[in-house]
Design a protein. Structure first.
Length: 407
């Protein structure tokens, strides 16, 4: 007869130890979920919230792949983010999925799905050729009352054995927290859009009150100068001098208003998505390849402890410098490829825009050949936020614009 197992060696055999261990595990899970939710509340766009949710879920459940989709009304997804898939893989996979196969079934049924192999389920349809092979699968709807806000799913658990009942309970709990975070992010985003409208209305008033009136006076003075040209050249010259002076004053006031204006795309999408969309736009409009990548955990997600987002003036400076550097490469460098990289590091935010174009001699005074390329403007923007801008280039060897701003 086999000897009875030692209860000390098996917590499950000890009636007191089992519940205590389960409670400790539950507390650890709740702490992890709470940390993730606190992290997402620091983000300023819905997409950034979704990215943190997906990354947190993959970490909590030790999944190789994770994704979250928010459906639209046209049979596709308004937002779809994934963890475990590189930018290169995304490019090879193609457009975001539509509401078919298992994803469509989960949206219709609104219930959790846990499978040892998704490929053997009759609801599975297909995936593109470049799509990674998914096997064990766990999906949970994200709901607000009876409304399905989205679906979150994981695949290919690293721990042998696939996903279990405890994993399903955890992801369901996490999805409930995610619903709150997504709803709050949407409300915050809408509130911020209203603030943007109010700010632009204020700016429009300033433009009307200051610049437009100045331009009106300038126009009248120019007419007077034209009328005096033949009859009184001396007074005409004085009027022309006033035109020049007033034009300079109008330009100064216009620049002051523009500098205060925060780009609308930052308010709608956040810094990372704004840069991604800018690169994608240039990629569509021009023959060269324009690629964007983001490295490191974004603010609010570092170790799920959360770091504050960059100050608004830093986001504006980074976006404007990136736009200037990209457009310089498009207009002047004759480049075949432009790479834009944004890295969130522990002590700094680093932007690099690199092209393989014609380049120039950057060793001369102020960088020979850079006149008209906006370098003074970029340098001023960098210095205004405490950052450092460096431009490295050589004829025939391309150009790299690097901005580093202390975190």
């Amino acid at each position: 007869m086999p000897e009875p197992a030692d209860p000390a060696a098996d917590p499950a055999a000890d009636p007191a130890a089992g519940p205590a261990a389960s409670a400790r595990d539950r507390d650890a899970v709740l702490h992890a979920v709470s940390s993730a939710v606190l992290a997402v509340t620091r983000h300023l766009s819905v997409r950034e919230v979704l990215q943190v949710i997906v990354r947190s879920a993959a970490r909590l459940l030790d999944a190789r792949y994770a994704a979250l989709g928010v459906p639209d009304d046209d049979g596709a997804f308004a937002e779809f983010v994934a963890e475990g898939i590189s930018d290169q893989q995304w490019a090879a996979i193609g457009p975001t999925p539509r509401q078919h196969g298992m994803l469509g079934a989960m949206l219709r049924e609104g219930t959790p799905v846990r499978l040892p192999d998704i490929r053997r389920d009759p609801r599975f349809g297909w995936w593109p050729k470049a799509h990674p092979i998914l096997k064990d699968f766990l999906g949970v709807p994200i709901t607000d009352g009876d409304t399905v806000l989205g679906i979150i799913f994981l695949s290919n658990k690293r721990t042998p054995g696939g996903f279990g009942e405890a994993d399903e309970e955890l992801l369901t709990l996490f999805a409930a927290h995610a619903a709150i975070a997504i709803t709050n992010a949407r409300l915050y985003e809408r509130g911020r859009e209203l603030t943007v409208v109010e700010e632009r209305t204020r700016m429009a008033r300033e433009l009307h009150d200051a610049v437009s009136q100045k331009l009106f006076s300038l126009r009248l003075t120019a007419r007077a100068a034209a009328a005096l040209t033949r009859t009184d050249p001396e007074r005409a010259a004085e009027a022309i001098e006033r035109v020049e002076r007033m034009a300079g004053e109008a330009l100064t006031e216009l620049r002051a208003v523009i500098v205060e204006l925060r780009p609308a795309e930052l308010d709608r999408h956040g810094l990372v998505e704004s840069l991604r969309k800018q690169a994608a736009l240039l990629n569509r409009l021009h023959p060269m390849t324009v690629a964007f990548s983001a490295e490191g955990d974004p603010p609010g997600d570092r170790g799920l402890g959360g770091a504050p987002d960059p100050a608004p003036e830093i986001e504006v400076a980074v976006l404007r410098i990136a736009q200037e550097a990209m457009h310089n490469a498009v207009r002047h460098a004759r480049a075949a490829r432009i790479d834009v990289r944004l890295a969130h590091r522990e002590d700094a935010l680093v932007l690099e825009v690199t092209d393989d174009g014609a380049g120039f001699d950057s060793a001369g005074p102020n960088g020979a050949g850079v006149h008209g390329l906006g370098l003074p403007s970029m340098t001023d923007r960098a210095q205004a936020v405490g950052g450092t801008l460096t431009v490295s280039s050589a004829p025939g060897r391309g150009t790299t614009v690097r901005l580093e701003v202390p975190a």
